[in-house]
Design a protein around this ligand. Structure first.
Ligand code: NAP
Length: 315
């Protein structure tokens, strides 16, 4: 008898993604970590790999359900939902899907800057609602090119964003824990100093406890009433209550947001704001990129199963 060796865990796997994983290994499926305890005992014994997709915490208690688990292959570059330390303590490897999604996420960050500053969502409504024909020109908005951009976290995605904004003739500033070799780009030792120097603050950090509320009320005050913040990282990286307060009282001009706390049931205060552009955590959500992501996830699983070096290990 062939054993079930792969557990596919995640309600948001698309049918083609599931088919690709199921075509490679005899698989069991659950919606997420909360359903793992419901996998029957015999199957739990034979699972060697988990293909994970989602943002629900995947901790040591779930890992302990699978005594022969050797790898958790995350779909996505951000693996903050997975307790990597707990995995390490159990000699479980963790992999992610870096690089293949950086272009998409950077494109969306630039799109959010354009959509927020040039009032593109409002403009679409202006046309569809007949106000263009009835009232003429829509209200003026704010220029994007030749402004000052500040990237918080100059990693893979942060660099792609900076490269794109440089092509918009922007002055590039950034904050990372250490200065990078990026001639012409100005490093700031902390996010408050960065926010005070720019018009657009783009957050491209990793998520997780180490970067919780990295962007504080003080940083938002430093960004100021003409400043716009964009977040494509995780909802946890900005103090969300401070952000909502700053958007409501004009401490900052606006925001473009792809990520939130408590997704998808986000704070209702966001929907009442007309100075924000909101996206449903779709940074990597193109057909092409998602295809690359599942292929890399599967390549990591295959490497593990075959005893070869993992393609993109985290631990
Ligand atoms: P990356 O190359 O690892 O870059 C991460 C950045 O976070 C680096 O600049 C790093 O700063 C910074 N960082 C890490 N730990 C930190 C800490 N403890 N304190 C301060 N800064 C810290 O990752 P990436 O591939 O660019 O991805 C970045 C994040 O984007 C992911 O982790 C994920 O959360 C998010 N993301 C979102 C979407 C979406 O759909 N919206 C899609 C993909 C990824 P240093 O330079 O100082 O090391």
């Amino acid at each position: 008898m062939t054993d079930t060796t792969l557990l596919i865990a995640g309600a948001s796997f698309s049918p083609p993604e599931r088919e690709r994983l199921e075509g490679a290994y005899l698989s069991a499926y659950v919606n997420g970590p909360s359903e793992m305890a419901g996998v029957d005992e015999a199957t739990r014994q034979t699972i060697r790999a988990v293909a994970y997709k989602g943002h629900h915490p995947f901790g040591g208690a779930e890992m302990d359900l699978f005594p022969n688990l050797g790898v958790i292959a995350n779909y996505g570059v951000g693996y903050d939902a997975i307790d990597v330390m707990a995995a390490g303590e159990r000699s479980i490897r963790v992999t992610n899907t870096p690089d293949v999604l950086s272009d998409d996420v950077a494109d969306l960050a630039v799109g959010l800057i354009l959509a927020q500053s040039r009032s593109m969502v409002f403009g679409d409504h202006w046309v569809r609602s007949g106000q263009w024909a009835e009232k003429g020109e829509m209200p003026l908005n704010r220029q994007v090119s030749r402004k000052r951009a500040g990237i918080v976290g100059l990693g893979r995605i942060g660099r792609e964003i900076a490269d794109r904004l440089a092509a918009f003739k922007m002055e590039i500033h950034y904050h990372s824990r250490s200065e990078k070799d990026t001639p012409g780009w100005q490093w700031h030792a902390d996010p408050v100093s960065l926010a005070g120097a720019v018009d657009f603050l783009v957050v491209a950090l990793v998520g997780g406890p180490d970067t919780l509320n990295y962007i504080t009320a003080e940083a938002l005050r430093a960004l100021g009433p003409d400043g716009v913040i964009v977040n494509i990282s995780r909802g946890t990286t900005i103090d969300e209550t401070a952000l909502l307060d700053a958007l409501e009282d004009g401490t900052i001009a606006g925001a473009g947001l792809d990520v939130f706390l408590n997704e998808p049931k986000i704070n209702e205060r966001f929907s009442k704001l007309d100075n924000v552009v909101l996206q449903p955590h779709q940074g990597s959500g193109s057909v092409e990129t998602r295809h690359e992501m599942v292929l890399l996830q599967l390549a990591n699983i295959t490497a593990f199963m075959d005893g070869e070096a993992l393609k993109t290990p985290v631990n």
